[in-house]
Design a protein around this ligand. Structure first.
Ligand code: ZN
Length: 700
C-alpha cells in the first residue's frame, strides 16, 4: 500500500516523514547521526514545499488503487446467475446490501409502473409455404448459464405465463393479424418514403424490418403511421459480421433481440403518465406505445418469409441482407402474427446509496440500471459491477477521512429496459429536487470491449478528458487521454437513464462505455460466458470503467464550479448552429437565422469572461453558484411540438431516430415537418433560452 493510501493529506505526509527520520537516528546514533538527521529533515521540508499535490489529488490517487478486476468479476457472476428483468427484487437486495456493507446510507425505493408480459406469441407463415416460427434461442452445452431452468422453460415456448419468466418485447399490444408481408429494410422514415415513391402498397400489410439504424419503438411508430397492421423485426447477420456464439461474439442465427417498443422519442417513463401529454385530456397509455403488434424474431425465423417475397424489387442494393433477398413484396408471403399480452401495474425497485457531502444541498448523481432482458452481462450489469467497485472504493476513502464537498449518490435503476422507468420515476419524485443535482454520470453497457466511447453535455467534456489523464488502457498501458485524444465526445440522444434528468430537468449528464463486438445485445447469449470469453476476459476494463466513473464524480464533487466548462459549451452551440442552418436552408432557403447566431456569440463572450473571472477570483462563491444553474436555463416552458416532455432546447432524441441526438431539436423537427409557424415559435424559444443562459453566466 502506498503512503498516500493511508495518509492522503499534507498533515499525514509530514508525520510520515518525521517517523522515517526518527528511525534514521536509531540506526546511526551519535553526533554524526544528529548532523545526518538535520540534513535529512531539511531535505524533507524541501520535498514538502515542492510537493504541489493537493488533498483532492491525493484522495484521487488513493481511489485509483482500490477497485479490483476480481470484485467486478464476482459481482457480474452474481448478477448474471439469474434472469432479472424489470421488477426483480433479489438483485435489488444484493445491491442494497453491498451499499450498506460499504458504509453508505442505502434505501430501496419502490415505484409502481406499467409493465407488459406476453402470455402467448405465434408467428406463422401461411402462404405460399407453411412455416411456424420457433421463437426460441438455441442453447449450447459449453455455456452453463443456458441450462438454468427459468431460461429453458421460457425458450421452449410452451411454458405458461409465470412471474419468474422473461419477456420478449416491452409494451407491444396484443393482436391477431393476418396479411401479406412487405420488407421495409431498417424501417426508417427514409426507407418508408422510398417504398412509397416506388409505389409499394403498405396499408393493411405486415412489415418485416431488420434491426439497426434507429430505435425499434420508432420503427413501430413509423410502420403504424404508414398504415401497416403488424411489425416483425429480425437481426440480419450481414449487419453483424463475424463468428457466432459460442465460437465468436456475434449472435447465432437463432438469436433474438428483445426490447421495448415504447415511443421513447415522444416520452420516456411509465407510459400512463399525464405529463407525457399534459394538454390531452383523453390521454391514455395506449397513445405512448404502438397500437400494432410487434414481435422480434431470429434470422432463422425471418428467412422463409424473406425467401417468399415477390412483386416489387428492392429499391437499392443496400437493402439486401444475408438472405440475398431481391424483392420487398407485398406477398406472396402471408403471415399470421398472434400476440396475447398482459399489461400489469407492477412494483420496480430503485436502490439509492448516499455518501453525505459537507455541502448537503448539492449532489453528484451516479447511475446504472440493473434490470436486464435476460442475464445482461454487458447490458447492464457490466455497469452495475463497475458501479459497485466504485462505491466500495468511496466507502474505503470515507472511512479514512475523505469528506467530499457535495453529496455523492449512487443509483441502481430498475425498469430501464421497458422505457427508462426507474430513473424517470426517481427524477419526478415529489420528495426530491433536481436543482440540487449538479451532474448525472451514467454507465449502461459499460464494457463490451476495449474502445472507449462517450457522450455528454458540452459542459462535462473537459472534466471527462481530464480524468482520462489518470487512467491507463489495460491492454496497452497507454493513458486513455492519449488514445481518446482525437475522438469526439458525442451529443446525448436517448436510450438510457440520463434522458429525464437531462432533457426534462436540465441536469448536465455524461455517459461512457468501452465498446467492442457486442453481437449478442438483448439476447440470451449476453451472459457470463460471453463476457469471460469475448467482452472482457480479464475484467480489467471493468476496473478501468470503475476508475473513470469514480474520478469524474470526485472531480465534480470537489470542484468549486462543479468542474463545468462553458467555453466548450459555446463552441458546441456554434457547431450546432452550422449543422442546423445547413439543414433548414436546404428545406427553405429564405429562412433568416442571424439573430440566433448573434445570441450564440454573446453566450460565447460571456462564457470566456466567466472563465477569466473564475481564474482571478478563487474564493467567490456567487460566481460558482452560476455554474450549477446554467443548464437549467436551457429548459423551455413549452417543450417540443407533439412531445412536450422534451424541454431542453439544445438537444433531444430525434423524433424519427429515437436513440440518435438532434441539435436544436425544435428547429430540426419543425423544419423537417415544414411547419413554419411552429418553427418561428421554437426559434423564439431557443433565442430566449440562450439569452437567459448568457444572463446566468453574467450573474444578472
Ligand atoms: Zn441497458
Amino acid at each position: 500500500m502506498r503512503d498516500h493510501v493511508t495518509c492522503p493529506t499534507t498533515r499525514c505526509v509530514t508525520k510520515h516523514n518525521a517517523n522515517m527520520s526518527t528511525k534514521m537516528i536509531i540506526i546511526n546514533g551519535g553526533r554524526i547521526a544528529l548532523i545526518f538527521f538535520l540534513t535529512l529533515a531539511a531535505t524533507h521540508v524541501a520535498t514538502l514545499v515542492r510537493d504541489t499535490t493537493t488533498d483532492a489529488e491525493r484522495w484521487q490517487n488513493a481511489f485509483l488503487d482500490i477497485p479490483t478486476a476480481e470484485e467486478t468479476r464476482r459481482h457480474l457472476q452474481y448478477y448474471t446467475s439469474i434472469a432479472h428483468s424489470a421488477g426483480d427484487y433479489e438483485t435489488a437486495v444484493y445491491t442494497h446490501e453491498r451499499f450498506l456493507e460499504y458504509g453508505f446510507n442505502s434505501t430501496i425505493l419502490e415505484e409502481e409502473v406499467l409493465l407488459s408480459y406476453p402470455i402467448q406469441r405465434r408467428v406463422t407463415l401461411l402462404h405460399p409455404v407453411f412455416y411456424e416460427a420457433k421463437l426460441k434461442e438455441a442453447s449450447y452445452s459449453q455455456d452453463d448459464t443456458m441450462h438454468h431452468p427459468d431460461v429453458m422453460d421460457t425458450f421452449n415456448g410452451e411454458t405458461p405465463y409465470d412471474d419468474s419468466n422473461l419477456t420478449l418485447t416491452g409494451y407491444s399490444p396484443s393482436g391477431n393479424v393476418t396479411a401479406e408481408v412487405v420488407y421495409v429494410n431498417y424501417g426508417s422514415r427514409a426507407d418508408f418514403d422510398l417504398l412509397l415513391a416506388s409505389g409499394v402498397e403498405l396499408t393493411g400489410k405486415i412489415a418485416l424490418a431488420r434491426y439497426g439504424g434507429l430505435f425499434r419503438g420508432t420503427k413501430a411508430m413509423i410502420a403504424q403511421e404508414s398504415g401497416m397492421i403488424g411489425l416483425l423485426i429480425y437481426s440480419d447477420p450481414i449487419d453483424d459480421g463475424g463468428n457466432t456464439f459460442p465460437d465468436g461474439p456475434y449472435r447465432p442465427t437463432t438469436g433474438v433481440q428483445r426490447g421495448s417498443v415504447q415511443f421513447l422519442s415522444i416520452c420516456p417513463g411509465d407510459p400512463r403518465r399525464q405529463v407525457c401529454q399534459p394538454d390531452d385530456e383523453n390521454y391514455t397509455y395506449e397513445k405512448g406505445i404502438p397500437s400494432i403488434p410487434v414481435q422480434p424474431i431470429s434470422f432463422e425465423d425471418a428467412l422463409p418469409i424473406l425467401q417468399n417475397l415477390g412483386n416489387h424489387t428492392i429499391p437499392r442494393n443496400m437493402w439486401q441482407g444475408a438472405a440475398n433477398n431481391t424483392h420487398v413484396g407485398p406477398g406472396p408471403a402471408v403471415v399470421n402474427l398472434f400476440l396475447d399480452v398482459k399489461f400489469n401495474v407492477t412494483t420496480i425497485w430503485n436502490v439509492v446509496g448516499t455518501i453525505p457531502g459537507t455541502n448537503p444541498t448539492e449532489t453528484v448523481l451516479l447511475g446504472n440500471h440493473r434490470d436486464a432482458w435476460v442475464f445482461g452481462a454487458v447490458d447492464p450489469n457490466s455497469g452495475s459491477s463497475a458501479l459497485l467497485a466504485t462505491a466500495r472504493a468511496f466507502g474505503v476513502l470515507y472511512r479514512k477521512g475523505w469528506r467530499p464537498k457535495r453529496n455523492i449518490v449512487f443509483a441502481s435503476w430498475d425498469g430501464e429496459e421497458y422505457g427508462l422507468l426507474g430513473s424517470t420515476a426517481y427524477a419526478e419524485r415529489k420528495d426530491r429536487n433536481n436543482d440540487e443535482v449538479v451532474a448525472y454520470i451514467n454507465m449502461d453497457t459499460a464494457v463490451s470491449g476495449t474502445t472507449l466511447d462517450a457522450a455528454a453535455s458540452p459542459s462535462l467534456e473537459k472534466v471527462f478528458r481530464k480524468v482520462l489523464e489518470k487512467v491507463k488502457d489495460p491492454n496497452t498501458g497507454t493513458l486513455l487521454s492519449t488514445l481518446f485524444q482525437s475522438k469526439k465526445i458525442r451529443t446525448l440522444g436517448s436510450g438510457s437513464d440520463y434522458t429525464s434528468l437531462l432533457d426534462h430537468f436540465g441536469v448536465p449528464s455524461l455517459d461512457f462505455s468501452f465498446d467492442g463486438h457486442y453481437g449478442v445485445y438483448h439476447s440470451v447469449y449476453d451472459d457470463f460466458y460471453w463476457m469471460s470469453h469475448y467482452g472482457d476476459p480479464t475484467f480489467e476494463y471493468h476496473r478501468a470503467a470503475a476508475q473513470i466513473f469514480g474520478l469524474v464524480a470526485m472531480e465534480i464533487a470537489e470542484s468549486d464550479t462543479a468542474a463545468l466548462d462553458f467555453v466548450r459549451y459555446s463552441e458546441r452551440l456554434e457547431e450546432y448552429y452550422v449543422e442546423t442552418l445547413n439543414y433548414v436552408k436546404a428545406i427553405n432557403s429564405s429562412i433568416d437565422m442571424n439573430e440566433l447566431k448573434d445570441v450564440i456569440e454573446d453566450f460565447k463572450e460571456a462564457a470566456e469572461d466567466y472563465d477569466k473571472d473564475i481564474q482571478k477570483n478563487s474564493q467567490k462563491s456567487e460566481l460558482y453558484a452560476r455554474a450549477t444553474k446554467l443548464e437549467r436555463a436551457f429548459i423551455g416552458e413549452i417543450g417540443l411540438p407533439g412531445r412536450p416532455y422534451y424541454r431542453h432546447v439544445i438537444q433531444a432524441p430525434g423524433l424519427y431516430e429515437g436513440y440518435g441526438s438532434s441539435p436544436f431539436p425544435g428547429l430540426m423537427q419543425t423544419s423537417g415537418q415544414r411547419n413554419w409557424k411552429m418553427f418561428d415559435r421554437q426559434y423564439r424559444l431557443l433565442v430566449e433560452r440562450i439569452e437567459a443562459a448568457t444572463l446566468v453566466l453574467e450573474g444578472k
